[in-house]
Design a protein around this ligand. Structure first.
Ligand code: NAD
Length: 502
């Protein structure tokens, strides 16, 4: 196989997280122009990163095409060894990655450590998957033919990554691409380029030059990649609006496209849940984790009228109990919520709060008596950053913006229901179909309801769980294609059928 520079068993080198470069053809390179993002907790500047030019894109694609000629010939076992060693390299640099993620994304350090650890684990789980030839017919001995279905790599894959889980989401794309014999160019979000750039730098210890590359840049970079004739596949995670633009752009060169887009997940809570208060507390976590900036966060909560007021009291108590703040500053107890990651997101949440105020919707007050709408952004105690406290809107109509739109911020509507058919209709009444959940003491009945929800991932008595062998993807406008498991590997392949006759 083409040489790898560090073999399994050799201790991976520790990365330096002070300077940040592109990785092109196995080398760390920078650009004449640089830029930086902002730490969303402190509003201080993060370090400089490259602003790639079209010429950098061309060089990366050329190196990728060269690397592909050898990498496609490697065996699954050879690629597995590289990916497993890379996973160890990520784990060895856990503290560096987690600290950088907190500086760029804002999530408190205990939770970014979780992202890094889970990423390393998921890389190994992907390395353990098998995508083997399938014998469709074997009639050769009786004068017929053997028919074999194979999965062949596409060539150069490009992963376009959002800012909410930068390394976890990049790793899903990268690992499926290289395990199937493709080479990979990563494009981080301009808001969170740092950990992604270091992922590619680290990869040079384990993969041949050109197999894993990364370019950071401004808003021009994405379109240069999606239109480039030397790129064969784009896997994008981000908003629906950008997903549509990407698909249009990729159509010019008939690139294969995977789109993992937004969600507006509904949770339906039945009156027979075993413990109303405990269920409410669990749902609050699934609503506010990562300051609600998760595609599969619960964004609409439908609670049966019989338990609505008890649920609401426990839900608001749990939400008001979440500590928020700068995830790297000393705290009495570790914060659960960091700031919103970007100024755009902060302003978007502000418009939703303004809309709640203008349309005179009710908001739930906690025991502290504070007016949540008036004080949601009054968070100077946490510092200068884009902090917002949880706001819970009390039984708004389904037409309210806070129900109909993906907030991607800590503003969550609780709604009452009484009729099962009607609540299923309300949950499905959206263009989006990423996730949904049903909460009930009657598992069999909950599973029936779950089957009727129009979403790619439906949970009963839990939410956001995943499994390394399960595909993840959205229905309707939440996406096209899947990531994860063997189905995720297939997204980086064409099918070839061999007909073998004597
Ligand atoms: P976004 O759409 O603003 O951008 C994501 C990425 O696309 C960035 O890297 C950006 O630079 C790039 N980009 C923007 N315009 C481009 C273009 N014309 N061509 C090529 N690239 C372009 O998304 P975001 O705000 O970073 O992420 C938030 C959204 O992502 C939410 O809607 C969320 O639900 C969704 N999301 C979905 C999943 C999923 O798995 N389904 C996971 C996480 C986030």
């Amino acid at each position: 196989m083409a040489t790898t520079t560090t073999m399994k068993g050799t201790a991976p080198a520790l990365l330096d997280f002070t300077t940040f470069t592109n990785t092109i053809d196995g080398k760390q390179t920078t650009t004449a122009e640089t830029r930086h993002s902002t730490n969303p907790s402190t509003l201080e500047a993060n370090p400089e990163v490259p602003v790639s030019t079209e010429e950098d894109v061309n060089r990366a694609v050329e190196a990728a095409r060269k690397a592909y000629n050898s990498w496609r010939k490697t065996t699954f076992a050879e690629r597995r060894a590289c990916l497993e060693a890379y996973a160890d390299g990520i784990a060895a640099n856990l503290e560096g990655f987690a600290t950088m993620l907190t500086r760029e994304q804002g999530r408190p350090i205990a939770l970014t450590r979780m992202e890094v650890a889970t990423t390393s684990e998921r890389l190994k789980q992907t390395a353990a998957l098998e995508l083997t030839d399938e014998i469709i017919a074997d009639d050769k001995d009786s004068g017929g033919q053997t028919v074999v279905k194979r999965y062949t790599p596409l060539g150069v894959a490009c992963g376009i990554v959002p800012w909410n889980f930068p390394i976890g989401l990049a790793a899903l794309k990268l690992s499926a691409a290289v395990m199937t014999g493709n080479v990979f160019i990563m494009k981080p979000s301009p808001f969170t380029p740092y950990a992604n750039l270091k992922m590619a730098e680290l990869a040079q210890q384990f993969f041949p030059p050109g197999v894993i590359q990364c370019l950071s840049g401004d808003d021009s970079l994405g379109p240069w990649l999606t239109e480039h004739p030397g790129i064969d596949k784009v896997s994008f995670t981000g908003s629906v609006a950008t997903g549509k633009r990407i698909m249009q752009s990729c159509s010019k060169t008939l690139k294969r496209v995977t789109l993992e887009l937004g969600g507006n997940d509904a949770a339906i809570v039945f009156p027979d849940v075993k413990d109303v208060a405990a269920t409410a507390a669990t749902l609050a976590q699934a609503c506010f984790f990562n300051t609600s900036q998760i595609c599969i966060a619960i964004k609409r909560v439908y609670v049966h009228a019989d338990i609505y007021s008890a649920f609401r009291a426990a839900f608001v108590a749990a939400a008001n109990g979440f500590v928020y703040g700068d995830g790297l500053a000393p705290h009495e107890s570790a914060p659960f919520m960091g700031p919103l990651t970007t100024e755009t997101q902060y302003k978007h949440v502000q418009t939703l709060l303004d809309d709640v105020r203008a349309t005179k919707l009710d908001v739930v007050r906690g025991d502290d008596g504070r007016d949540p709408l008036a004080t949601a952004m009054d968070t100077k105690d946490a510092g200068k950053g884009y902090f917002v406290r949880p706001v819970i809107v009390d039984n708004p109509p389904d037409s309210a913006r806070v129900v109909a739109e993906e907030a991607f911020g800590p503003i969550v509507p609780l709604m009452q229901w009484t009729d099962e058919e009607d609540v299923i209709r309300r949950a499905n009444d959206t263009r989006l179909g990423l996730g949904a959940s049903v909460w009930s003491g009657d598992l069999a009945h909950a599973a029936e309801v779950a089957r009727r929800l129009e979403a790619g991932n439906v949970w009963v008595n839990t939410h956001m769980m995943s499994h390394p062998e399960a595909p993840f993807g959205g229905h309707k406008w939440s996406g096209i294609g899947v990531e994860g498991g063997v189905d995720g590997l297939k997204q980086y392949c064409d099918i070839q059928v061999l007909y073998l006759a004597n």
